[in-house]
Design a protein around this ligand. Structure first.
Ligand code: SF4
Ligand code: SF4
Length: 374
């Protein structure tokens, strides 16, 4: 199994097109993945309407290059996602993807209607309610962003597919699946159901630290591509400097025999030797695995970072609208968290437009970090 890693210096239109073309040629060319007449959903990461320089969303030039590749194979591309907040069109406009759709004359499909999809072999879920776009296309290409993720460690080709859940259905999963193991299992099932034919990751500038929204842009200068989404994410995580096979999704996919071992992946291309050290997100989950599991369970409350509202809160209520257990109220134009209800999903931190949700470590968590040198 091959994963191509190509060095791409910047988001210059020509360089990105060349980089993606080069990566795909090493995988046999776009015609290996798309046939004439195929309707192809190109699924970028459009988490929120942020400018491309924030590195929150897939860069529009990467989306443009993939559109042109699909067209060159005779495919009919559609762009779509369901952002965390606001509508698809507004977010696409803010992150520059709507303009690319206009310039390339491609439909932006708003994820609003849902359909039911059975997946009897699922590890965690046997039935999914997802956007109806899957009924309208023949193939899916995941075009993700290389980022850290406070709950899943990393977000790449696999987690990008979570956007196929429509609107607030996503937040409800944090209530239903509070354990990392379960949430990761659901993502493994989702990937098995959707079966993206190709996964491309925009790693020219990724995000480190408290991703997927509140981290810092981190230049990496690469594009990754491969036919197996798990393999692409494994290679991506290793490049980021993480223990790739211990990432929750990878661990579950490996245990189920759905992902290859890192040693069985042939990494090819000009970026195959790139090795970086991305800053990890500070969460309990990022130190889990280095501690005895009994200690983790015993001190779950104490060992988890608490979301706290900073003075920069503007009282917009986005966090309250999307908090899965309804733990946030707006009082005197400011968010107030009920910690008895809070499940530490960090959706509020992910969605806050004012960066007003800070994750605070208690004494015990700080001590554990020192002991584990996190
Ligand atoms: S914490 Fe952020 S999302 Fe919540 S009300 Fe304040 S500014 Fe809005
Ligand atoms: S307060 Fe924030 S971290 Fe707690 S449950 Fe609500 S969204 Fe999740």
């Amino acid at each position: 199994m091959k994963v191509a890693v190509t060095k791409v210096d910047s988001y210059n239109e020509t360089l990105v097109a060349q980089g993606i073309s080069h990566a795909l040629k090493q995988l046999g060319g776009i015609n290996n993945f798309v046939s004439p007449g195929d309707r192809v959903l190109i699924k970028p990461n459009m988490l929120e309407g942020m400018p491309p320089a924030k590195a929150t969303t897939t860069h529009p030039e990467v989306v443009r290059a993939v559109i042109r590749q699909v067209k060159s194979a005779g495919g009919l591309p559609i762009i779509g996602d369901s952002p965390g907040i606001n509508g698809t069109k507004k977010v696409a406009e803010q992150c520059g993807i709507l303009e690319i759709c206009r310039q390339e004359d491609v439909e932006l499909y708003e994820f609003q209607k849902t359909s039911e999809y059975a997946y009897p072999q699922g590890l965690t879920l046997k039935r999914f309610t997802l956007c109806d776009v899957l009924e309208k296309v023949d193939k899916v290409i995941s075009v993700a962003k290389m980022k850290t993720h406070s709950f899943m460690g990393i977000t790449g080709a696999v987690k990008n597919l979570f956007g196929l859940f429509v609107g607030t259905d996503k937040a409800q999963f944090h209530l239903r699946m509070k354990a990392r193991h379960d949430f990761a299992g659901m993502l493994v099932d989702l990937t098995g159901l959707v079966k993206p034919v190709l996964s491309i990751v925009d790693g020219i500038t990724g995000m480190e630290g408290n991703g997927p929204r509140n981290g810092q842009p981190r230049y990496a200068g690469i594009i990754l591509a491969g036919a197996n989404a798990f393999a692409v994410d494994l290679v991506m995580a290793r490049i980021m400097g993480f223990e790739a096979e211990k990432m929750p999704v990878a661990a579950r996919a490996l245990a189920a025999g759905l992902a290859p071992r890192l040693e069985d992946i042939e990494v090819i291309g000009s970026g195959k030797s790139v090795k970086l050290e991305f800053k990890q997100p500070y969460t309990l989950e990022s130190i889990e695995g280095r501690l005895p599991s009994r200690l983790v369970k015993l001190g779950q409350e104490q060992l988890t970072q608490k979301p706290q509202i900073a003075n920069s809160c503007i009282g917009c209520a986005r966090c309250a609208q999307h908090c899965p257990p309804d733990a946030i109220k707006i009082v005197n134009n400011r968010a107030v968290i009920d910690y008895q209800k809070c499940i530490r999903c960090y959706c509020c931190q992910e969605l806050c437009p004012a960066d007003a949700v800070k994750l605070k470590s208690g004494f015990l968590l700080k001590t554990v970090r020192k002991l584990t040198k996190h």
